[in-house]
Design a protein around this ligand. Structure first.
Ligand code: CAA
Length: 379
């Protein structure tokens, strides 16, 4: 593994950094407060090739490696973690899954517009009674001629409101656990398919999260992804890569926390000198920087393993647990360094703390990541 970025990776970093500052920074506090979805930002990310970065150009993707993807993700999240999760779900949960497991029909019809950013995708696994215990889902699919009928409720779906296409996991054969789960692609607008109102969240408020309702929705047979009964394996294989994306999102939040802390510590004068001259503040900055570098290395290593075809699920879990905990610590310290000012919306730093929290929860809680890591140690 090379620690220097290639010319192409450096260009991606520069492009993502400049784009985020020019197009996402403005209005980020207001979008968070009023839950305004970053429509223009998402559209421009598509035009820049950021919505299907790792997809083969044959399917209108960018043909880039996972390391490049994490670099872009970090830069977007450093400015707007809500835009970053929209990008993360579309890239690593939706496009990846369709390219790896979809038929050519599905790739042609759905992957191409998703990878080019023309359409947006969502990933729907969780249900009210099955979060961490993902295979305990109840949404039921009945086979009928030429297709299926699905009935049930899904929840915690990122981009559930604004997406065009949804990857749905549901039970085709009840009573046999995860072996009875299958994956489908469903389109918004199909009869009987509706969504709930966006959840009123603590953080990543500008991204939408909602419930999805399936009232005997017809799904054509061609829209099944993989064989019947393969759905749970498809979901977990896909989540391995998704967790690298969320780790990179957390890293962006942590880096933003350090950036803001350094700027403020140099400006803020107390007792006749900038607070940056106090060792108590310097130690906080040093700890933040040290942990951020370690998180970045774990993320790059897991992306490198994915790119190299090495089994990487446990490493992705390590990267996600560590980076999300670093994001939580760094953003909390950032608010502390900002004092009272950090506690009000206009500072922009309390948002980092609120945004960081979800990275310890979605795409598998920190506890589930530790289960994955421990199982790998003990197998
Ligand atoms: N890749 C491929 N297959 C895998 C796998 C992996 N990483 N991990 C397990 N499997 C396979 C197993 O081999 C097994 O298959 P066989 O029986 O054929 O051998 C099958 O999957 C079941 O495995 P387990 O018995 O280990 O399954 P489990 O029920 O104990 O669960 C778990 C394992 C790790 C806890 C898993 O359920 C899990 O990751 N839970 C968290 C779910 C999650 O991350 N949800 C987030 C939803 S997405 C989201 O957050 C919303 C959003 O929009 C961002």
């Amino acid at each position: 593994m090379n620690f220097e970025l290639t010319d192409e990776q450096q260009l991606i970093q520069k492009t993502a950094r400049e784009f985020a500052l020019a197009e996402l920074a403005n209005g980020v506090i207001e979008r968070d407060e009023k839950k305004i979805w970053p429509r223009e930002g998402v559209q421009k990310m598509g035009e820049l090739g950021f919505m299907g970065m790792m997809v083969n150009p044959k399917w209108d993707g960018g043909g880039m490696d996972a390391i490049s993807y994490t670099i872009a993700m970090e830069e977007i999240a450093r400015v707007d973690a809500s835009a970053a999760v929209v990008m993360s779900v579309n890239n690593s949960l939706v496009c990846y899954l369709l390219e790896k497991f979809g038929s050519d029909h599905i790739r042609e019809k759905y992957l191409k517009p998703l990878a080019s950013g023309e359409k947006l995708g969502a990933f729907s696994l969780s249900e009210p009674q099955s979060g961490s215990d993902a295979s305990n889902m109840k949404t039921l699919v009945r086979k009928e001629s030429n297709g299926y009928r699905v009935h049930g409720t899904k929840n915690w779906v990122t981009s559930g409101v604004n997406s065009n296409y949804v990857i749905l996991f549901a039970v085709t054969t009840p009573g046999i656990g995860h072996k009875g789960i299958s994956a489908f692609l469903v389109e918004k607008g199909w009869e009987g398919f509706s969504e709930g109102k966006p959840e009123n969240k603590l953080g990543i408020r500008a991204s939408d999260t909602c419930e999805l309702y399936f009232d005997n929705v017809f799904i054509p047979e061609d829209n099944r992804i993989g064989d019947e009964g393969m759905g749970f394996r498809i979901a977990l294989t896909t989540l391995d890569g998704g967790r690298i994306g969320i780790a990179a999102q957390a890293l962006g939040i942590a880096q933003a926390s350090l950036d803001a802390s350094i700027t403020y510590a140099k400006e803020r004068v107390q007792f006749g000198k900038p607070i940056a001259e106090n060792q108590g503040i310097q130690f906080k900055l040093a700890d933040m920087a040290m942990e951020i570098e370690a998180a970045r290395l774990l993320i790059r290593q897991s992306a490198f393993m994915k790119d190299s075809g090495i089994s990487y699920g446990h490493m992705a879990s390590m990267a996600k647990v560590y980076a999300s905990e670093v994001a939580m610590r760094a953003s909390t310290q950032c608010v502390q360094i900002h004092g009272g000012y950090g506690y009000i919306r206009e500072s922009g730093v309390e948002r980092l703390m609120r945004d960081a929290k979800i990275t310890q929860i979605y795409e598998g809680t920190s506890e589930i990541q530790r289960v994955v890591i421990a199982r790998n140690l003990l197998k």
